[in-house]
Write a protein that binds this ligand. Structure first.
Ligand code: R1P
Ligand code: MN
Ligand code: MN
Length: 400
């Protein structure tokens, strides 16, 4: 018997996606974006000195083969290290660079449809959708109705929201409908019910997620809380999580995993900030059952630093993660696999403020050293399934 830990470093791309020119930030194609290599270059050149200093220091990820994976994916040579793990680089085939699309394909389910994206117009949403939000919320109108950054829009419209009670609705380059509302004046339960009731209409439009963005505080210092929830579409077919459960194994979600899979195929989930999630991953390395899959997402690279184009912050988060994951890897037991990967890129040195289409690293601890080569996202599901002795479905092929 064996156990598997599949750990997604949200947005930690390594460049080189063959179809990057087909994806955009505004009108700028993603060709050339490289989250890790560009952060490393900025660190080396002294352009990432806030709260940290000097060259990017990732000894544990490099010891697994991270920099070999970056070079394989994109040809960029930035740092070094002799790979002591299994390492490779994976490309996505699905027509989307968002979190659910990436995770579904990592779990063996490429997305077979085109998502609906709202136009970059004002208003961004059709009248019938706005009317339905008003009906469900019991309000005369909505605020926003545009493409926006979530922190910027609550700073701009938060006071008007508190005064009118109208929900702030916005979208981005992703297939999302986001609703921000104040936890005290609007109420978090009411916000979650609104999103839950609205999501069937959005899902029928092929909008991937309705996301709640509760916030607290006063004008000038509004702050989002950890009570964000994502109401995602159901998967079109069973994923790695279902395969593991069908074989009798438990599936433990850490972080956003429960939301991304609508809890389908997941036994339990723990939530919190990334530091709390790392504690939970550490606990699961101690406690997870034989035959189980622990599926973790660390989102702060993306949500706190990638979208905000904060290179120093992203570098700090990587260095923190590297130190903590090194400890976790040191506690793995015989027969365990820990596979580190990502769901898309979010190059903080790039144009715009959205994700970037990139290859992602595949780093495996616990199974010796060697090159896995270039592969597909869905091969990761097949690899984990093979390790657990579980029958895989879908297009992936095991790398081991
Ligand atoms: O600016 P905020 O609200 O963080 O939004 C970001 O979060 C969304 C979901 O991950 C993305 O689509 C991106 O727009
Ligand atoms: Mn993501
Ligand atoms: Mn994101």
């Amino acid at each position: 018997m064996s156990r598997a830990f599949l750990v997604v470093m949200d947005s930690v791309g390594i460049g080189g996606a063959p179809d990057a020119a087909d994806f955009f930030n505004g009108d700028r194609p993603d060709a050339g974006a490289n989250t890790l290599a560009h952060i490393a270059q900025a660190c080396t050149e002294g352009r990432a000195e806030v709260g940290r200093s000097g060259p990017l220091h990732l000894p544990n990820l490099c010891a697994l083969g991270l920099w070999a994976a970056v070079e394989l994916a994109s040809g960029e040579t930035a740092l070094g290290g002799v790979p002591g793990g299994l390492w490779g680089a994976a490309s996505e085939t699905s027509p989307g660079k968002d979190t659910p699309t990436g995770h579904w394909e990592l779990a063996g389910v490429p997305v077979p449809w085109d998502w609906h994206y709202f136009p970059e117009t004002t208003p961004a949403f059709p009248d019938d959708l706005v009317a339905e939000v008003c009906r469900l919320a019991g309000t005369e109108g909505i605020l926003g109705n545009v493409h926006a950054s979530g922190t910027e829009i609550i700073a701009r419209l938060g006071a008007e929201h508190v005064a009118t009670g109208w929900p702030i609705c916005y979208t981005s380059a992703d297939s999302v409908f986001q609703i921000a509302a104040h936890e005290d004046s609007f109420g978090n339960d009411r916000l979650q019910k609104l999103a839950r009731d609205l999501s069937p209409m959005l899902h029928a439009m092929k909008v991937g997620r309705v996301i709640t963005r509760p916030f607290v505080g006063d004008a000038g210092s509004f702050a989002r809380t950890a009570n964000r929830r994502d109401y995602a579409m159901a998967l079109p077919s069973p994923s790695l999580c279902d395969w593991v459960q069908a074989a009798g194994g438990s599936v433990h979600g850490v972080g956003k995993i429960g939301d991304i899979f609508s809890m389908q195929g997941i036994d339990d989930v723990v939530k919190g900030d990334d530091a709390a999630l790392m504690d939970q991953l550490d606990r699961l390395v101690e406690e997870a059952e034989e035959g189980s899959l622990t599926f973790a997402n660390f989102v702060e690279f993306d949500s706190l630093y990638g979208h905000r184009r904060d290179i120093s912050g992203y570098a700090r988060a990587l260095e923190w993660f590297d130190a903590r994951i090194g400890t976790v890897i040191g506690r793995l037991k015989k027969g365990d696999m820990l596979l580190l990967t990502a769901d898309h890129g979010n190059d903080p040195s790039w144009f715009g403020n959205d994700h970037t289409r990139e290859r992602v690293p595949v780093l495996i601890a616990g199974l010796g050293a060697g090159a896995l080569g270039l592969c597909q996202f869905s091969d990761i599901a097949a690899t984990v399934a093979r390790h657990l002795g579980v029958a895989a479905q879908g297009p992936g092929r095991s790398l081991i």
